[in-house]
Design a binder for this molecule. Structure first.
Ligand code: OXD
Ligand code: MN
Length: 581
């Protein structure tokens, strides 16, 4: 197989000349191809079959222990003008980056197969979808891309029809962390990633294309590429509202996207459209509409159990790829927080010893087809996507941010999004638990200068007639003893209900300097062991602490200098003045 599209054909030839593979395989996306690659990896030891009775068609992949997360310090945006990448990105001059990467790719696929993966981000028929082609020497990447994207024949046909695609070149190289670079060339719609097999670094459709490159394309074309889950909340009366929620990595997007209403919320239903990425367009109806460019989930495993996320727990029992989990003596996958079974082998394949740390790596992952999720919404395949009632930002903050508040209007909402800060997690290499600024949960993923990105966000006021409300949530408030104040998980539906009530104008709110906070009586806490005092602390706005927060945020904004939109500066000043009271 090859392609009628000459630029694609020529690019594959050019890459093959550089990398010198033994074979070239054009992926058709068929089940047979998936099965053959799984068989190949079982032979080479890249995959291990898990217990067939308890976990049919489930496989374990163990990555190199130095290659278990995204590497932000080795991730570059390579624009001709450094200022276009902005202070939020590491930058390399495009010519230097090409030279450096091409030297690494030189001959790197000798003895290996080069796989050509045509894929489509978004429903194949959607005008909002965009295509890409990933070239890789990793069969693990191919099978993951099969689960995560619409990959193969149909995507190739669309590419041949449209004639445009994002080029992604990937090699695991020799997995030497000293020779590892994830580079993006937004002006050329090109990605080059070398030396890592980890999801976010290697499955180029996901973070590299659907966020970093797509955010750049989106600005040029008038839409938004965001790090957001998409969820439908259906009331007992059968009315469904769609929400898109942006939280930093490993802050519970997957759990919220497939929430199971607790017994106290009988009659409510949650529909999952996406758990990580949303592309937002203004529809013909003047509303902001969301599609999920992905077709599968690459979720964090630890903590998943029948109570925290029964949908995920069920959906990963079969036909799933696990990366870096532990094993029980019966070869069932095991992870911290699974609540059943005992670990016998750890994620590095050693007999489990508590002294060696957790059995599953804290950033161990599952990959599954989204259709396996019991709460999967078939609208995820709808070419027009779904209209949004609300956009919800959130972070993991022990203190400060209340359980929920609403921005006063769109421009204030852009400020609320820009001011997201969160404690770091194991999804990226580096220290865990330190608060860092993560505007719109896009710090690791925005492919251009945040100042221009905020201007672009602000411009939607003129682009759409009917914009969603903007909210901020924090499920992670703790008391002085480090106990969570809010039960989280399924109970978060109670907060979503307040958000929907606000969108429908059904409840009032208390105006505070940071935004509109619920009246305590409007949050349904029936059946929860939450005292009035606890609810009060959850909804409290500590003016002194917020003043510090806003001062610190102001210093952060200063780094964007002249490019910072005046409107955002004004919104920031307005909040500071209100806090000064
Ligand atoms: C992810 C991440 O894998 O955000 O989704 O790191
Ligand atoms: Mn993510």
């Amino acid at each position: 197989m090859t392609s009628r599209n000459k630029p694609l054909h020529d690019w594959v030839d050019e890459v093959a000349r550089l990398t010198r593979p033994k074979n070239i395989h054009w992926c058709d996306g068929s089940q047979k191809e998936y099965d053959d690659l799984v068989a190949l990896m079982l032979d080479t030891g890249d995959l291990m079959e898990l217990n067939r009775d308890t976990n049919p068609n489930c496989f374990l992949h163990r990555s190199d222990p130095s290659d278990v997360a995204r590497v932000e310090h080795l991730t570059f945006v390579c624009t001709s003008d450094e200022k276009d990448a902005g202070p939020n990105n590491h930058w390399m001059a495009p010519a230097d980056a090409h030279r450096k990467l091409d030297a690494l790719f030189d001959g790197c696929m000798q003895g290996r197969t080069l796989y050509v993966i045509p894929y489509c981000m978004g429903p194949i028929e959607s005008p909002f979808a965009r295509c890409g082609v990933e070239i890789t020497d990793s069969p693990y990447v191919v099978v993951n891309m099969k689960l995560m994207t619409r990959m193969g024949k149909e995507a190739l046909e669309r590419i041949e029809r449209e004639g445009r695609f994002v080029k992604g070149l990937h090699s695991i190289g020799d997995l030497d962390p000293e020779r590892r670079f994830i580079t993006h060339f937004p002006e050329e719609l090109t990605i080059k990633s070398f030396g890592s097999g980890y999801g976010g670094n290697a499955l180029l459709g996901k973070k590299c294309h659907a966020l970093r490159i797509a955010s750049w394309q989106a600005r040029a074309e008038g839409w938004l590429a965001e790090h957001m889950l998409i969820v439908g909340v259906e009331s007992p009366a059968g009315e469904t509202h769609y929400l898109a929620c942006a939280f930093p990595s490993a802050c519970g997007k997957t759990n919220l996207a497939m929430l199971i209403p607790p017994e106290s919320q009988a009659g409510w239903k949650i529909w999952t459209l996406g758990d990580d990425i949303a592309w937002l367009h203004v529809g013909r109806d003047g509303r902001l509409r969301a599609i999920n460019p992905e077709a599968g989930y690459f979720g964090v495993v630890p903590g998943t159990n029948a109570k925290t996320n029964r949908n995920a727990y069920e959906m990963i029992r079969h036909d799933a790829i696990f990366t870096n989990v532990g094993l029980t003596a019966d070869k069932e996958p095991w992870w911290e927080g699974k609540r059943v079974g005992e670990p016998a082998i750890d994620w590095q394949g050693r007999p489990y010893e508590p002294g060696n740390g957790p059995a599953a790596h804290p950033n161990s992952r599952f990959t599954v087809d989204a259709k396996q999720n019991p709460s999967y919404s078939t609208l995820a395949d709808h070419p027009d996507g779904v209209p949004l009632s609300a956009i919800v930002f959130g972070g993991r903050r022990r203190e400060l941010a209340p359980l929920v508040y609403q921005a006063k209007d769109w421009a204030h909402g852009v400020l609320v999004g820009a001011s997201v800060a969160s404690e770091t997690t194991a999804a990226a290499a580096g220290e865990v638990g330190v608060v860092r600024r993560d505007p719109m949960a896009m710090k690791p993923f925005c492919g251009y200068n945040f100042a221009d990105y905020w201007s672009h966000w602000l411009s939607f006021e003129d682009r759409a007639d009917d914009l969603p409300g903007i909210f901020h949530v924090n499920w992670f408030r703790q008391d002085a003893d480090g106990q969570f104040l809010w039960p989280g998980f399924g109970e978060n539906l109670r907060v979503l209900r307040w958000i929907i009530d606000r969108c429908e104008g059904r409840v009032g709110a208390r105006s505070t300097p940071i935004g509109l906070v619920p009246h305590a009586e409007d949050i349904d806490v029936g059946g929860l062991a939450i005292s009035d005092a606890t609810l009060e602390s959850l909804l409290a706005v500590d003016t002194g602490k917020w003043r510090n927060e806003m001062d610190e945020f102001g210093e952060y904004l200063d780094a964007y200098g002249e490019r910072l939109p005046d409107k955002l500066r004004e919104e920031h000043e307005a909040v500071r003045e209100a806090l000064a009271g």
